[in-house]
Write a new protein. Structure first.
Length: 275
Protein backbone atom coordinates (compact mmCIF):
# COMPACT_ATOMS: atom_id res chain seq x y z
CA UNK A 1 0.00 0.00 0.00
CA UNK A 2 1.28 3.48 -0.78
CA UNK A 3 2.61 5.56 2.08
CA UNK A 4 0.04 8.23 3.01
CA UNK A 5 0.90 11.70 1.84
CA UNK A 6 2.00 14.23 4.44
CA UNK A 7 -0.91 16.58 5.19
CA UNK A 8 -0.61 20.08 3.74
CA UNK A 9 1.37 22.07 6.30
CA UNK A 10 -0.87 25.12 6.18
CA UNK A 11 -4.01 22.99 6.52
CA UNK A 12 -2.44 21.07 9.39
CA UNK A 13 -1.50 24.33 11.10
CA UNK A 14 -5.05 25.63 10.78
CA UNK A 15 -6.46 22.39 12.15
CA UNK A 16 -4.02 22.45 15.11
CA UNK A 17 -4.90 26.07 15.86
CA UNK A 18 -8.60 25.18 15.78
CA UNK A 19 -8.04 22.37 18.30
CA UNK A 20 -5.97 24.63 20.54
CA UNK A 21 -8.79 27.15 20.60
CA UNK A 22 -11.06 24.36 21.87
CA UNK A 23 -8.55 22.94 24.35
CA UNK A 24 -7.81 19.69 22.53
CA UNK A 25 -4.29 18.26 22.40
CA UNK A 26 -2.46 21.19 23.95
CA UNK A 27 -0.30 21.70 27.01
CA UNK A 28 -2.76 24.24 28.35
CA UNK A 29 -5.61 21.74 28.13
CA UNK A 30 -3.81 19.23 30.34
CA UNK A 31 -2.70 21.52 33.17
CA UNK A 32 -5.75 20.73 35.28
CA UNK A 33 -5.84 17.04 34.33
CA UNK A 34 -4.97 14.47 36.97
CA UNK A 35 -1.98 12.27 36.18
CA UNK A 36 -3.42 8.79 35.53
CA UNK A 37 -2.12 5.87 37.52
CA UNK A 38 -1.32 2.58 35.84
CA UNK A 39 -3.75 -0.08 37.01
CA UNK A 40 -5.54 -3.18 35.79
CA UNK A 41 -8.72 -2.85 33.74
CA UNK A 42 -11.68 -3.48 36.05
CA UNK A 43 -14.79 -1.50 35.13
CA UNK A 44 -16.30 -0.32 31.82
CA UNK A 45 -19.50 1.48 30.88
CA UNK A 46 -21.02 0.77 27.45
CA UNK A 47 -23.29 3.52 26.14
CA UNK A 48 -25.30 2.81 23.01
CA UNK A 49 -28.02 5.45 22.59
CA UNK A 50 -28.07 6.77 19.02
CA UNK A 51 -29.41 10.22 18.22
CA UNK A 52 -29.42 9.65 14.45
CA UNK A 53 -29.41 6.30 12.58
CA UNK A 54 -29.65 3.32 14.93
CA UNK A 55 -28.11 0.01 13.87
CA UNK A 56 -30.44 -2.98 14.13
CA UNK A 57 -27.50 -4.94 15.52
CA UNK A 58 -26.85 -2.65 18.52
CA UNK A 59 -28.79 -4.81 20.98
CA UNK A 60 -26.75 -7.85 19.93
CA UNK A 61 -23.43 -6.03 20.24
CA UNK A 62 -24.46 -4.74 23.67
CA UNK A 63 -24.99 -8.35 24.76
CA UNK A 64 -21.65 -9.27 23.22
CA UNK A 65 -19.88 -6.69 25.39
CA UNK A 66 -21.60 -8.02 28.52
CA UNK A 67 -20.48 -11.59 27.80
CA UNK A 68 -17.04 -10.32 26.81
CA UNK A 69 -16.71 -8.74 30.24
CA UNK A 70 -17.70 -11.97 31.97
CA UNK A 71 -15.17 -13.94 29.91
CA UNK A 72 -12.34 -11.55 30.77
CA UNK A 73 -13.08 -10.76 34.41
CA UNK A 74 -14.09 -7.16 33.71
CA UNK A 75 -17.24 -5.53 35.08
CA UNK A 76 -19.15 -4.13 32.09
CA UNK A 77 -22.38 -2.20 32.57
CA UNK A 78 -24.55 -1.09 29.66
CA UNK A 79 -26.93 1.87 29.46
CA UNK A 80 -28.89 4.03 27.03
CA UNK A 81 -29.61 6.61 29.73
CA UNK A 82 -27.90 10.02 29.37
CA UNK A 83 -28.51 10.57 33.08
CA UNK A 84 -25.49 8.32 33.68
CA UNK A 85 -23.29 11.18 32.53
CA UNK A 86 -22.61 12.69 35.93
CA UNK A 87 -19.35 12.56 37.87
CA UNK A 88 -20.76 10.37 40.62
CA UNK A 89 -21.74 7.60 38.19
CA UNK A 90 -18.87 8.05 35.73
CA UNK A 91 -16.27 7.87 38.50
CA UNK A 92 -17.09 4.15 38.89
CA UNK A 93 -15.60 3.43 35.46
CA UNK A 94 -12.15 3.58 33.90
CA UNK A 95 -13.39 3.38 30.31
CA UNK A 96 -16.48 4.48 28.40
CA UNK A 97 -17.35 2.47 25.27
CA UNK A 98 -19.48 4.29 22.72
CA UNK A 99 -21.19 1.48 20.84
CA UNK A 100 -22.20 2.87 17.42
CA UNK A 101 -23.58 6.03 19.03
CA UNK A 102 -24.39 8.09 15.93
CA UNK A 103 -24.64 11.84 16.60
CA UNK A 104 -23.13 11.38 20.03
CA UNK A 105 -23.65 14.36 22.31
CA UNK A 106 -27.00 15.45 20.90
CA UNK A 107 -28.86 13.80 23.77
CA UNK A 108 -26.52 15.19 26.45
CA UNK A 109 -27.26 18.51 28.11
CA UNK A 110 -24.54 21.02 28.95
CA UNK A 111 -24.04 19.65 32.47
CA UNK A 112 -23.72 16.06 31.21
CA UNK A 113 -21.22 17.09 28.54
CA UNK A 114 -19.13 18.94 31.10
CA UNK A 115 -19.20 15.91 33.43
CA UNK A 116 -17.85 13.67 30.66
CA UNK A 117 -15.09 16.13 29.78
CA UNK A 118 -14.06 16.44 33.44
CA UNK A 119 -14.09 12.65 33.87
CA UNK A 120 -11.98 12.17 30.71
CA UNK A 121 -9.42 14.74 31.87
CA UNK A 122 -9.00 12.83 35.13
CA UNK A 123 -7.09 10.14 33.27
CA UNK A 124 -9.95 8.08 31.84
CA UNK A 125 -10.47 6.56 28.42
CA UNK A 126 -13.07 6.45 25.64
CA UNK A 127 -13.28 3.59 23.13
CA UNK A 128 -15.51 4.44 20.18
CA UNK A 129 -16.77 1.55 18.08
CA UNK A 130 -17.87 1.58 14.42
CA UNK A 131 -20.66 4.17 13.98
CA UNK A 132 -19.54 6.20 17.00
CA UNK A 133 -17.58 8.14 14.37
CA UNK A 134 -20.74 8.88 12.34
CA UNK A 135 -22.66 12.17 12.14
CA UNK A 136 -21.39 13.70 15.38
CA UNK A 137 -21.00 17.35 14.40
CA UNK A 138 -23.43 18.51 17.07
CA UNK A 139 -20.67 18.57 19.74
CA UNK A 140 -17.35 20.13 18.81
CA UNK A 141 -15.38 18.59 21.70
CA UNK A 142 -16.24 15.03 20.69
CA UNK A 143 -15.97 15.78 16.96
CA UNK A 144 -12.43 17.03 17.47
CA UNK A 145 -11.59 14.02 19.62
CA UNK A 146 -12.59 11.68 16.77
CA UNK A 147 -11.00 13.88 14.11
CA UNK A 148 -13.24 13.03 11.14
CA UNK A 149 -16.84 12.24 10.22
CA UNK A 150 -18.84 9.87 8.03
CA UNK A 151 -18.66 10.09 4.26
CA UNK A 152 -19.98 6.70 3.07
CA UNK A 153 -19.92 2.98 3.77
CA UNK A 154 -19.49 -0.27 1.90
CA UNK A 155 -21.39 -3.49 1.68
CA UNK A 156 -20.13 -6.17 4.04
CA UNK A 157 -17.09 -7.63 2.31
CA UNK A 158 -13.55 -8.85 2.99
CA UNK A 159 -10.72 -6.35 2.82
CA UNK A 160 -6.99 -6.29 3.45
CA UNK A 161 -6.16 -4.39 6.62
CA UNK A 162 -2.55 -3.22 6.93
CA UNK A 163 -0.97 -2.51 10.31
CA UNK A 164 0.96 0.77 10.33
CA UNK A 165 4.64 -0.21 10.83
CA UNK A 166 5.06 2.58 13.38
CA UNK A 167 2.23 1.06 15.44
CA UNK A 168 3.16 -2.61 15.06
CA UNK A 169 3.99 -2.93 18.77
CA UNK A 170 0.65 -1.52 19.95
CA UNK A 171 -1.10 -4.35 21.84
CA UNK A 172 -4.37 -3.85 19.93
CA UNK A 173 -2.71 -4.89 16.66
CA UNK A 174 0.62 -6.47 17.61
CA UNK A 175 -0.41 -10.10 17.14
CA UNK A 176 -1.76 -9.43 13.64
CA UNK A 177 0.99 -7.40 11.99
CA UNK A 178 1.81 -6.84 9.21
CA UNK A 179 -1.70 -7.42 7.79
CA UNK A 180 -4.96 -9.27 8.22
CA UNK A 181 -8.03 -9.92 6.08
CA UNK A 182 -11.35 -9.00 7.73
CA UNK A 183 -14.93 -9.30 6.48
CA UNK A 184 -16.87 -6.25 7.70
CA UNK A 185 -19.07 -3.32 6.71
CA UNK A 186 -16.47 -0.59 6.18
CA UNK A 187 -16.82 3.15 6.69
CA UNK A 188 -15.30 5.98 4.65
CA UNK A 189 -14.58 9.26 6.41
CA UNK A 190 -14.55 12.85 5.19
CA UNK A 191 -10.84 13.20 5.96
CA UNK A 192 -7.92 11.18 7.27
CA UNK A 193 -6.72 11.62 10.84
CA UNK A 194 -3.08 11.08 9.95
CA UNK A 195 -0.93 13.87 11.33
CA UNK A 196 -3.53 15.29 13.68
CA UNK A 197 -2.29 16.25 17.18
CA UNK A 198 -1.86 13.25 19.47
CA UNK A 199 -3.05 10.71 16.88
CA UNK A 200 -1.42 7.39 16.07
CA UNK A 201 -3.01 5.43 13.24
CA UNK A 202 -2.89 1.71 14.01
CA UNK A 203 -4.21 0.20 10.80
CA UNK A 204 -5.46 1.18 7.36
CA UNK A 205 -7.68 -0.36 4.71
CA UNK A 206 -6.23 -1.28 1.33
CA UNK A 207 -8.93 0.08 -0.96
CA UNK A 208 -7.58 -1.93 -3.90
CA UNK A 209 -8.96 -5.08 -2.24
CA UNK A 210 -12.62 -4.06 -1.89
CA UNK A 211 -15.24 -1.53 -3.03
CA UNK A 212 -15.11 1.14 -0.29
CA UNK A 213 -18.23 3.06 -1.38
CA UNK A 214 -21.46 1.20 -2.06
CA UNK A 215 -23.74 2.19 -4.94
CA UNK A 216 -26.14 4.28 -2.83
CA UNK A 217 -23.34 6.64 -1.84
CA UNK A 218 -21.68 6.60 -5.27
CA UNK A 219 -24.93 8.05 -6.61
CA UNK A 220 -24.53 10.82 -4.00
CA UNK A 221 -20.99 11.52 -5.31
CA UNK A 222 -19.29 10.15 -2.21
CA UNK A 223 -15.61 9.42 -2.73
CA UNK A 224 -13.27 6.70 -1.42
CA UNK A 225 -10.38 7.82 0.79
CA UNK A 226 -7.53 6.43 -1.26
CA UNK A 227 -4.18 5.33 0.17
CA UNK A 228 -4.79 6.83 3.61
CA UNK A 229 -7.95 5.08 4.84
CA UNK A 230 -7.56 4.69 8.63
CA UNK A 231 -9.43 1.82 10.29
CA UNK A 232 -8.27 2.24 13.89
CA UNK A 233 -6.41 5.00 15.69
CA UNK A 234 -5.60 6.41 19.10
CA UNK A 235 -5.38 9.94 20.45
CA UNK A 236 -3.81 10.99 23.75
CA UNK A 237 -4.99 14.41 24.83
CA UNK A 238 -6.12 16.42 27.86
CA UNK A 239 -4.87 13.75 30.24
CA UNK A 240 -7.14 11.06 28.77
CA UNK A 241 -6.99 8.44 26.04
CA UNK A 242 -9.24 7.99 23.01
CA UNK A 243 -9.37 4.84 20.85
CA UNK A 244 -11.43 4.36 17.68
CA UNK A 245 -11.98 1.14 15.77
CA UNK A 246 -13.98 0.69 12.59
CA UNK A 247 -15.07 -2.88 13.42
CA UNK A 248 -18.23 -3.72 15.34
CA UNK A 249 -21.11 -3.32 12.90
CA UNK A 250 -22.33 -6.64 14.29
CA UNK A 251 -20.95 -9.46 16.43
CA UNK A 252 -19.25 -11.48 13.71
CA UNK A 253 -15.93 -9.61 13.64
CA UNK A 254 -16.12 -8.73 17.33
CA UNK A 255 -16.28 -12.41 18.18
CA UNK A 256 -13.40 -13.42 15.94
CA UNK A 257 -9.90 -14.03 17.28
CA UNK A 258 -8.89 -10.62 15.97
CA UNK A 259 -11.96 -8.83 17.33
CA UNK A 260 -11.71 -10.22 20.84
CA UNK A 261 -8.00 -9.42 21.16
CA UNK A 262 -8.37 -6.02 19.48
CA UNK A 263 -11.19 -4.89 21.80
CA UNK A 264 -9.60 -6.26 24.95
CA UNK A 265 -6.34 -4.47 24.26
CA UNK A 266 -8.19 -1.28 23.28
CA UNK A 267 -9.92 -1.31 26.67
CA UNK A 268 -6.69 -2.05 28.52
CA UNK A 269 -4.89 0.77 26.69
CA UNK A 270 -7.73 3.23 27.33
CA UNK A 271 -7.60 2.32 31.04
CA UNK A 272 -3.86 3.10 31.11
CA UNK A 273 -3.07 -0.55 31.88
CA UNK A 274 -0.76 -0.75 28.85
CA UNK A 275 1.33 1.67 26.81
Amino acid sequence: MNTPATPDSSAAARYKANLENKGVGTAESTKAALKPTKCALESVLVYSKSAWYEHATTSATNHWFMHFGWDNGVNIDQTDDPMKFNLDDLSRYQVLVLNSTTDFGKDLNAEQREALITWFRQGRGIVSVHAAAVNHGVWDWYADLVGCDFEADSERMPARVVIDPAAAEHPAVKRFAPEIWINEEWLCFDRAVTGQPGVQVLMRLDESTFQPVRDKFLEMNAKPMGADHPAAWTRETQGGRFFYTIIGHDCRVLNSEFGRRHILEALRWAAFETE
